[in-house]
Design a protein around this ligand. Structure first.
Ligand code: HMG
Ligand code: MG
Length: 295
């Protein structure tokens, strides 16, 4: 059965902007404000990672300090280690996210350690987060394929997801990092993970590199999953497929869900404006088909 309501987790200001030309802190603040005005209540506002690895996110502390906070909105940050958590706590993030991978090679290239080492690193982070009553979300990358290893077994995705969940992550976001998945495979993957982690604790984080994200989401919605990550204006590129579109555009998924009678609490009109504004700042066309159709 399809859900009546879906919770959108907006990642444009982080997953999107980390893969675009750097924009000013003021532009990020404006984007995040516009997103909250559009009714989004879960907004990933930045990441506390090495600025040498991801210079676009180097001003995340300033972004958090400058937020025009809307009540009822959770502003979250991506944190790879204890240092990231400490920076996020100082900056006033409401929630953090750790990120692991279901692929050994991707783990090495993204966070410079093996899957098992990354889990070891997360232990002190989880302990400290607990002391501060800080909710932690968990991402698993490469759930439908890896740029280095190709296909990834559903059992491995389920294994890593279960570890992060048992460590205390309140939700596990399943990342098709390079957007290569297709619908039946996506559904089987979610079914495999839901045998280890309750399906209501899962989120879909499907990139749209190959144009499959909406189809993949549709194929998964009947499993009971009801949280979707997306990025306004399809912000973000794909470092593994030059010139390819990146994240699934929030406007596109909201349009599809509303058309199916599924509530999101988001105003499509205001969302499209938010996307148009940031696209203008970036000097690029809005990456959402729906936003372009709305004009
Ligand atoms: P490392 O070099 O192994 O770490 O990097 P290190 O502990 O040896 O530290 C090296 C330097 O980084 C030191 O500075 C540290 O202080 C600094 P130096 O002495 O050289 O000046 N450092 C930090 N600085 C700021 N914040 C921190 C931090 N930690 C160390 N938290 C590390 C390991 C994890 C830090 C590095 O690999 C890194 O930052 N990686 C981040 C990669 C990243 O952000 N990738 C994109 C996000 S993941 C993603 O997009 C996928 C997702 O969307 C889901 C999906 O689509 O699948 C979530
Ligand atoms: Mg991502």
């Amino acid at each position: 059965m399809l859900p009546n309501k879906v919770s959108i987790f907006e990642v444009g200001a982080r997953d999107g902007l980390q893969n675009e030309t750097a924009v000013s802190t003021a532009a990020k603040r404006q984007l995040i404000d516009d997103l909250a005005h559009a009714g989004l209540t879960r907004i990933e506002a930045g990441s506390f990672v090495s600025p040498k690895w991801v210079p676009q996110m180097a001003d995340s502390a300033e972004v958090f300090h400058s937020l025009n906070r809307h009540s009822g909105v959770t502003y979250s940050a991506l944190t790879p280690n204890l240092k990231g958590l400490e920076l996020a706590l100082n900056a006033g993030a409401d929630e953090v996210a750790i990120f692991g991978a279901a692929s050994e090679s991707f783990s090495q290239k993204n966070i410079n350690c093996s899957i098992e080492e990354s889990i070891e690193r997360f232990i002190p982070l989880m302990q400290q987060a607990k002391q501060h009553n800080m909710p932690v979300r968990g991402y698993v990358s490469c759930v439908l394929g890896c740029p280095y290893e190709g296909s990834i077994s559903h059992d491995e995705v389920a294994r890593v997801s279960e570890i992060l969940f048992n460590m205390g992550c309140y939700e596990i976001s399943l990342g098709d990092t390079i957007g290569v998945g297709t619908p039946l495979q996506a559904r089987k993957m979610v079914e495999a993970v839901s045998r280890k982690v309750p399906v209501e604790k899962l989120a879909l984080h499907f990139h749209d590199t190959y144009g499959q994200a909406l189809a993949n989401i549709l194929a998964c919605l009947e499993t009971g999953v009801n949280v979707i990550d997306s990025s306004v204006a399809g912000l973000g590129g794909c470092p593994y497929a030059k010139g390819a579109s990146g994240n699934l555009a929030t406007e596109d998924v909201v349009y599809m869900l509303h058309g199916m009678g599924i509530e999101t609490g988001v105003s499509l009109e205001k969302l499209a404006l938010a996307g148009n504004n940031i696209s203008q700042v970036l000097g690029r066309k809005n990456g959402s088909k729906v936003a372009n159709a709305l004009g």
